[in-house]
Design a protein around this ligand. Structure first.
Ligand code: THU
Length: 163
């Protein structure tokens, strides 16, 4: 596994040491994480990726408990591809959600966790730093991280004043 190597300890997979949710600093229970990963796999089934053939699914858990799915949507004009994370976030915003607890992202690249691209990281930062990101594989193995960890020292909306 390449991701997470040499960084602060990350939780890989469900807790096995009887730790409580608080002890391992997760906002979600193991069951909620599994449900969110299942949802992201459902989103992944709709991936429109005829060019890259790289299917990505996402599932966002909103503060009010809704789950919003996303998948990557490509275009013959290749640069127009939209990632699964951003389709989920845009869809959630359209549905009136702006507060998120977590996102699960599922893609398949052997035994490597696939991290979100820079554009998706900045899109996540727009909606807060303190929410969780679960990078998952189709076999449901996952790595937990956070928006803040994925984009440290980010350009932050809190710095911009609206008049
Ligand atoms: N992709 C995502 O959907 N999310 C990511 O985090 C990385 C990349 C998509 C974009 C494109 O459709 C395909 O994966 C190959 O880059």
């Amino acid at each position: 596994m390449e991701q997470g190597k040499g960084t602060e300890a990350q939780q890989i997979g469900p807790s096995t040491n009887n730790a409580t949710t608080a002890e391992i600093n997760k906002k979600l229970t193991d069951a909620e994480v599994e449900d969110l990963i299942d949802a992201s796999l459902r989103g992944r089934q709709n991936s429109y990726s005829p060019y890259s053939k790289f299917k990505v699914g996402a599932a966002l858990l909103t503060e009010d408990g809704s789950v919003v799915l996303g998948c990557n949507v490509e275009n013959v004009s290749y640069g127009l591809a939209v990632c699964a994370e951003r389709t989920a976030i845009c869809r959630a915003v359209v549905e009136g959600h702006r507060k998120f607890k977590a996102i699960a992202i599922t893609a398949e690249m052997g035994d490597t966790f696939v991290g979100p691209c820079g554009m998706c990281r900045q899109t996540m930062v727009e909606f807060g730093l303190d929410w969780e990101v679960y990078l998952a594989m189709p076999n449901k193995k996952y790595m937990k991280t956070t928006v803040a960890k994925l984009l440290p020292d980010s350009f932050n909306p809190a710095w911009v004043t609206f008049t």
